[in-house]
Design a protein. Structure first.
Length: 367
């Protein structure tokens, strides 16, 4: 009986079945490789090492969970901005009232007519801003400020915001923005005007004044402006020798002064409130306003810097009732004491950044 046997190929120094091995290699080369794809290349950590895929997924899931939690807690209100979202505004509410720094002797703009009674364009704007911050009118308290101390009173916390014909790009505002410990910010413009001169004297003398070159002919003690104002900067730039007082009304009250330099709209109120006589028994007269060419004054609301929600809510209040407030407080006065053809200025109101306010809200919410 013949037994079956297994036959083995003779060894010739080569691996068995070379054709099969070659086919396997070819298939491996042709097989597609599944590699993670990243826009712009693989994501890396700050030290340059690739971030594991699972770790990235975990981070994304945490972010989505946080956003979902916020929506569950506040619904769609998470995308809104309100006074309660600002730590600074909440702190002011804790004091019971909000204090606003304003001028007390600028008719049409802001004046204290009787003790505790205020009126003017900036007063109405202050009420609108305060309402947007959650304060009714009876919770708004006004504090008289002078040009020289607007920044100090705001930085010390004696007032919560300032509405006092503060030129946003003037030297005082620029310096306040760069303050080392309590920098300020400005929201605006809410009004625009130009520098002018209020001149009084004989009709012949007043009629001869047409610009800064004519004003330069006056003696030093005849020309006055408020210390710390942009008009003081202007007179220095134009090399006009002058005196300074704490306010423009104090300039007027000085019998030696014949020319007051400041913003045109301020001079309209000053002229409305005051008369002069060229001699005893003479009829009372009003001063003559001379516009100074090439000057623009843009007023802004002064705030302490660092609270985008405070800035956003202030910004939103500026256009509210603007035209009616100008008509009520300024238009008649300006037409009577500046120019019968006076028209309200064209003011490009600031763009209010809701996104910055919302980001600030989210930072406070999560951290």
């Amino acid at each position: 009986m013949t037994l079956p046997c297994r036959l083995f190929p003779r060894s010739n120094g080569h691996s068995p079945r070379p054709a099969a091995r070659e086919r396997r290699r070819r298939r491996a080369r042709l097989s597609p490789q599944r590699l993670p794809q990243f826009p712009g290349g693989p994501r890396t950590s700050p030290d340059g090492k690739p971030i594991p895929l699972m770790q990235r997924k975990a981070v994304r899931l945490v972010g989505l969970a946080a956003a979902a939690l916020a929506l569950l807690l506040g619904g769609y209100s998470v995308f809104s901005v309100s006074p309660e979202d600002s730590p600074q505004i909440r702190q002011i509410h804790g004091k019971g009232t909000i204090k606003v720094g304003v001028k007390a002797d600028q008719p049409g703009l802001a004046s204290e007519t009787t003790p505790g009674q205020w009126q003017g364009f900036e007063i109405d704007l202050a009420y609108n801003i305060a309402a947007g911050l959650g304060f009714p009118r009876h919770k708004v308290k006004f504090r008289a400020v002078e040009t020289k101390d607007r920044d100090r009173l705001l930085q010390s916390g004696e007032v919560d915001f300032v509405l006092a014909t503060w030129t946003m790009d003037g030297s005082q505002a620029t310096k306040a923005r760069k303050h080392a410990s309590v920098p300020l910010s400005f929201v605006g413009p809410y009004f625009k005007t130009s520098l002018s001169a209020l001149v009084w004297g004989t009709e012949e003398g007043v009629a001869s004044v047409e610009g800064i070159d004519d004003i330069r002919e006056y003696d030093r003690d005849r020309i006055c402006t408020a210390v710390g104002s942009t008009s003081e900067d202007y007179l220095k730039k134009e090399d006009v020798d002058h005196t300074t007082k704490a306010s423009y009304q104090q300039c007027w009250n000085d019998e030696n002064v014949h020319v007051v330099i400041t913003d045109e709209i301020i001079l309209a109120g000053l002229n409305q409130m005051n008369d002069y006589r060229t001699g005893e028994g003479e009829e009372a007269k009003k001063g003559h306003v001379v516009r100074l060419a090439g000057t623009v004054e843009s007023y802004g609301v002064g705030l302490t810097a660092g609270d985008p929600i405070f800035e956003y809510l202030t910004c939103r209040a500026i256009p509210k009732d603007w035209e009616s407030n100008v008509s009520t407080n300024l238009e008649e006065m300006a037409k009577k004491h500046l120019d019968s053809e006076w028209v309200r200025p064209t003011v490009k109101f600031p763009e209010c950044s809701r996104l910055d306010a919302w980001k600030y809200k989210m930072r406070n919410f999560f951290f």
